[in-house]
Design a protein around this ligand. Structure first.
Ligand code: NAP
Length: 177
């Protein structure tokens, strides 16, 4: 299926009120060249260790909302979690008497992006909501900006190579530098 066929399929009723969200969409620029109904939301991996500055600026310009998945670095146990083990985030968390998870979620919120965070533990669910009545200081935001960047999830081994939603970095048209 081509991108054109896929987009025609998801917008089958051609109703401009329909808000389609996308994720893992590597060909965003290409999609926007022909999509008469552009995507409303782009759900991507986003956290202090994969900040996606370039993609976020691009989506903001195009009026596409970003939603962060794996905001705490994801839950794959075969790769190291670069968010929850970050020394930079730990130092900020300790100074503010917050958890590393809260620092990460608050940072995403302050970027103006949406978040989907997952926990099976009730106390963590509560903790993850307690991010609204405080803020990061300018120097804390600056420290977070300097965290080395590493994408946690590449779907190439998970989804069929060559399929529309598989991520091969060579195929992505908005590549972080
Ligand atoms: N659109 C996509 O392609 C895509 C891809 C990946 C994920 N997602 C979705 O994004 C959502 C979140 O992402 P994710 O599941 O990859 O990982 P995540 O939200 O980054 O969470 C990673 C792990 O952190 C733990 N955790 C949660 N709150 C915590 C806290 N306060 N302190 C310490 N640890 C905490 C959770 O374990 P416990 O359960 O043990 O607390 C969880 O397994 C999920 O709903 C997932 O389905 C979407």
């Amino acid at each position: 299926m081509t991108i054109q066929e896929y987009w025609a399929f998801v917008n089958w009723d051609d109703d401009p009120a329909t808000n389609v969200s996308i994720n893992f969409f590597g060909k965003l620029e290409e999609l926007l060249q022909f999509a008469n109904i552009p995507p409303a939301v782009n759900q991507v991996e986003l956290n202090p260790a994969w900040q996606q500055q370039k993609l976020r600026e691009y989506c903001a310009k195009k009026g596409i909302i970003i939603t962060a998945y794996s905001p705490l670095g994801g839950q794959l146990n075969f790769i190291p979690n670069t968010v929850l083990t970050s020394d930079v985030l730990k130092e900020i968390a300790d100074a503010k008497e917050k958890s590393v998870a809260q620092i990460s979620l608050r940072w995403i919120l302050e970027q103006g992006e949406g978040v989907v965070v997952k926990s099976f533990k009730k106390e963590r669910l509560v903790q993850n909501l307690e991010i609204f009545n405080w803020e990061l200081a300018e120097e804390e935001r600056a420290k977070i900006s300097s965290i080395p960047q590493k994408k946690a999830l590449s779907t190439e081994p998970i989804l069929a190579p060559g399929s529309l939603t598989s991520v091969n970095f060579a195929d992505i048209d908005i590549v972080e530098t």
